[in-house]
Design a protein around this ligand. Structure first.
Ligand SMILES: [Cu+2]
Length: 153
């Protein structure tokens, strides 16, 4: 019962791609608020695909491009690198979160203000190479620590 309540409170969106019946669930999408002059911001969400698939990127009317990134700790320095695809194992919730995998809005067209929301279109490729898009509205949340696009937490 507790699990059900948590699920319902998380603003879940359910999408069915017509062609294959592929089913992707995205919950709690959000993006960092931007500091003045900041043109990039991390975007985070939880995504579950019913069948094994790959998140390969996205786009948004709020930014010129959206990239998929990974972060890792190398010699005590947080490093970020572009990722071509992120595997979504069947039925497993994969979390994009600060300090880990994330989407990155690049060349943001206007400041992202906490409490607003921005449209985000995710591109998911199934095992057969077919691409599906999933539209979500990402809530603008807290800015990154020290005004950075990712923050440390
Ligand atoms: Cu990034």
């Amino acid at each position: 019962m507790k699990l059900l309540i948590i699920a319902l409170s998380n603003a879940i969106a359910l999408y069915c791609a017509a062609a294959s019946g592929a089913e992707v669930i995205v919950s709690n999408p959000w993006v960092r608020a931007t500091a003045p002059g900041q043109t990039i911001a991390g975007a985070y969400l939880k995504i579950t695909s019913a069948t094994t698939a790959y998140l390969i990127g996205g786009n948004s009317t709020a930014a010129k491009s959206v990239e998929l990134h990974a972060m890792s700790l190398e010699n005590n320095v947080m490093k970020m690198r572009p990722l071509a695809r992120l595997e979504l194992p069947a039925g497993v919730a994969v979390e994009l979160k600060p300090g880990s995998y994330h989407l990155m809005l690049i060349d943001i067209v206007h400041p992202l203000v906490k409490g607003d929301s921005v449209p985000l279109r995710l591109t998911v490729e199934d095992k057969g190479g077919r691409r599906h898009t999933v539209d979500v509205k990402a809530k603008v949340g807290e800015p990154g620590a020290m005004g950075g696009p990712h923050g440390t937490k």
